[in-house]
Each structure stands twice: as structure tokens, then as C-alpha cells.
Design a protein around this ligand. Structure first.
Ligand code: UD1
Ligand code: UDP
Length: 353
């Protein structure tokens, strides 16, 4: 079977690394859209996770949503016409996902969406638009959770829907022991469970200036109280920090570092006392690693993590963020919502059809 997979952004490299290992028996072709392109957002994942060099690099780069989506569509369409695959695989909810789904469905290619069925109520969130349309275009909807299956059922999407578990749970299981070898804690002068990890990159938190200031203000106050905080900064956020002139104040009280590779990040996460984040993937990883997660959003595509008490949604309220950073203490409930073996399940479904 000839399969074309499309990746473009950091979390997609991680998901593809896990799934592609199981697709070895197939003629597997990889497109990198170039949505993420800095070495620490792209190359490091290919190197560390031993993902073969992409067969096609579209080098689309950054731009407006319409520009990025349109350029990726054009590039992916050309590859699909040339390669004529039996199946196209897309991951998650980025512009790379949406553009590839549109290109594939218009060419009447069979398409699989890994991480299908996630929903939030705000249709203005770019990722929500991407998810809904991608699911609508997909022939195979590989759902990480039962909630995702139920979300699709509410939209009358039941054909091609499979509960597979989450591919990132597989990725994490495989990476955990390698991650432990990372020397990042020593490098940063940290000790296990004696620091907070912080990440931020959602548009609603970076591009709405009041939200951004409210969050950074909380982080500065927590840092000033003597807590150790590590902040691997996404390039989108680095730009806003510079524009708002907050970089210097922040860097005085917390450790601001460049984004790190997957293994290094998992080491930082596993040994953090808590994580403060607006990342979807990190909410899940912290649940699996049982690290309390304070989510800087009012809603999550992963409500299971909140149900078991490991995740608390605080939005952007400065006082609430500070209070949770000191007081949030989950009970030890764990329902294994993300399962194990998603990659094997997905591959066996693809092969059986
Ligand atoms: C994208 C996804 C988001 C996902 C995230 C993972 C969309 C709409 N958003 O958000 O769902 O959670 O990736 O990290 O697809 N930049 C660089 N170097 C890079 C990449 C980006 O400097 O290698 C800067 C550029 O200024 C760019 C900005 O970051 O404009 C945003 O990048 P973009 O890929 O558009 O969105 P993300 O915020 O990364
Ligand atoms: N991650 C990483 N290095 C970092 C920050 C995050 O490897 O500096 C990993 C993290 O472990 C998770 C994924 O990137 O697997 C999450 O990506 P991101 O937060 O950019 O996107 P989201 O999951 O919100 O779409």
C-alpha cells in the first residue's frame, strides 16, 4: 500500500515518529510542509526521533492563515497527483492538517485523521476550525478517546470512526527511559520536583495583549517569590515578549530557554513539581506522567485530564494562576484515558481495509 503522510508542526513530528515505525511494511512517503522550520522546532525532532528525511519538503514557512493554508494545499496537491497514494494520513489540528485534508479530499483520495473528534466550543479558535473540517473530509477517523468518538456521534459522524487510543501515549512510553538520560536538570542547576515548567503559544494568549500581560505578570510574581521556573519559549511567544518589552523583567526571575527537543522536554516535564501551559499535547503528557497541570485556557480538548483531577483550567486570571501554582494538589486518581497501543491499532485497521 502506498501511504503519504503529511507533517509540518512540532507535535506532528512526534506523532508521526511513533506511527511511521509501524508502517514500515508499506511504501511510506513523507511530506514536510515547512510550517515549523527553525532547527529547534523541526530538525531536532527528525534527528532525535530518527524520522527519515522527508521525501518532499514544501518549505512553506510562516504567514497568514490563508497564505499558509493555500501554499500547503498547492504543494500537497502536486505531490498527491504525482504519487497517487492509496491513503493520505494527517495528524492533529494545524494549518498543515487542514490544507492537506482539503487537497486530499478534492482529489478523492482516501484520508485518515489521527487525533480525530476533539472539540471545543469556541469556533473562532483556529485549531477548532481545522479539526472540524478535517474530520468532515476524512474516511478514517482515529479517535484518541471515547469523548472524541462521542463528539463525532453528536455531529452524526459514525462511519469510519475508530477508538484507537492516543499515539502520543505510545510516543511517550517509548521515549521515557531515553528522556531520563538527559542532563538538562544539571545544566540548568535544578533538582527533581523543585521547579515549575511553563510553556505558552496559543494565539488567544499571545496575540490578545491583555491576556499575555496577565499571564506573564503571574509568572513574574511566582518567580519573584523564589520559585524556580523554566520556560522553553515558542518562537511565536518570543516575538511577543520582545514586542511587549517584557523579556528583560521575565528573564531576571525565571529561566527562559530556547525550545528543546522531545527527550529533553520530557525530562523537564517528568521532574517538574507542576506545569503551567496552554499546550494540548503537554496537558496529555502531564496527565500520563502524573504531573499536576495548570492550563492557561478556559477550555480543553482533553477534558479527561480535568475529570481525574490532574488538570485545572485557570484561563488568564493572574491571581488564580498564582494561587494554583502554590496550592493545586491533585488526588491520585488515574483512569488511563489515553490507553496504549494506538499505533498498532491504527495500522491494523488500515491493513484490514
Ligand atoms: C501551530 C499550530 C498550533 C500548534 C502549534 C504547535 C496552526 C494554526 N497552529 O501554532 O495548533 O499547537 O503549531 O507548536 O496551525 N515561527 C518561527 N519559527 C518556526 C515556526 C514558527 O519563528 O520554526 C514563528 C513565526 O513568527 C510564526 C509564528 O511562530 O509566524 C507562529 O507559527 P505558526 O506555525 O503559524 O503557528 P504556531 O503558533 O506555531
Ligand atoms: N515539546 C518539545 N519541546 C518543547 C516544548 C514542547 O519537544 O520545548 C513537545 C511536548 O513534549 C509535546 C509537544 O511538543 O509532545 C507539544 O507541542 P506544542 O505545545 O507546540 O503543541 P500542541 O500540542 O499544543 O499542539
Amino acid at each position: 500500500m502506498k501511504i503519504v503522510s503529511v507533517v509540518g508542526a512540532r507535535p506532528q513530528f512526534i506523532k508521526h515518529a511513533a506511527l511511521s515505525k509501524k508502517l514500515k511494511l508499506h511504501n511510506s512517503i513523507l511530506i514536510h510542509t515547512g510550517q515549523h522550520y527553525d532547527d529547534y522546532m523541526s530538525k531536532i525532532f527528525f534527528n532525535e526521533l530518527k524520522i527519515p528525511f522527508p521525501d518532499y519538503s514544501l518549505n512553506v514557512g510562516s504567514g497568514t492563515h490563508a497564505y499558509q493554508t493555500a501554499e500547503i494545499m498547492k504543494g500537497v496537491e502536486e505531490v498527491l497527483v504525482n504519487e497517487n497514494p492509496d491513503l493520505v494520513i494527517v495528524y492533529g489540528d494545524t494549518n498543515s492538517t487542514l490544507a492537506s485534508a482539503l487537497a486530499a479530499v478534492k482529489l478523492r483520495k482516501k484520508m485518515a485523521h489521527v487525533e480525530a473528534g476533539l472539540r471545543m466550543s469556541d469556533k473562532k479558535i483556529p485549531e477548532e476550525v481545522n479539526r472540524v473540517i478535517t474530520d468532515y473530509c476524512s474516511d478514517y477517523l482515529f479517535c484518541p478517546t471515547l469523548t472524541a468518538v462521542e463528539n463525532l456521534k453528536r455531529e452524526n459522524i459514525t462511519r469510519g470512526v475508530f477508538l484507537t487510543g492516543d499515539v502520543m501515549a505510545d510516543a511517550l512510553t517509548e521515549a521515557k527511559s531515553i528522556a531520563e538520560k538527559s542532563g538538562i536538570l544539571d545544566d540548568l542547576g535544578l533538582t527533581s520536583k523543585n521547579y515549575l515548567l511553563f510553556t505558552l503559544h496559543r494565539v488567544s494568549n499571545t496575540d490578545i495583549v491583555d491576556n499575555f500581560i496577565s499571564i506573564i505578570d503571574a509568572i513574574i510574581k511566582i518567580g519573584e517569590s523564589g520559585e524556580n521556573i523554566v520556560f522553553p519559549v515558542h518562537p511565536r511567544t518570543r516575538k511577543v515578549l520582545r514586542e511587549t518589552g517584557l523579556s528583560e523583567r521575565l528573564e531576571k526571575v525565571i529561566k527562559v530557554i530556547d525550545p528543546v527537543g522531545y527527550f529533553t522536554f520530557l525530562k523537564l516535564l517528568n521532574h517538574a513539581s507542576k506545569v503551567l501551559t496552554d499546550s494540548g499535547g503537554i496537558q496529555k503528557e502531564s496527565y500520563i506522567l502524573k504531573v499536576p497541570c495548570i492550563t492557561l485556557m478556559n477550555e480543553t480538548p482533553w477534558p479527561e485530564t480535568v475529570n481525574d483531577g490532574w488538570n485545572v483550567l485557570v484561563g488568564t486570571d493572574t491571581n488564580l494562576i498564582i494561587s494554583c501554582a502554590f496550592n493545586f494538589s491533585p488526588e491520585n486518581k488515574y483512569s488511563n484515558y489515553f490507553y496504549q497501543g494506538a499505533c498498532d491499532t491504527i495500522v491494523s485497521i488500515i491493513e484490514s481495509r
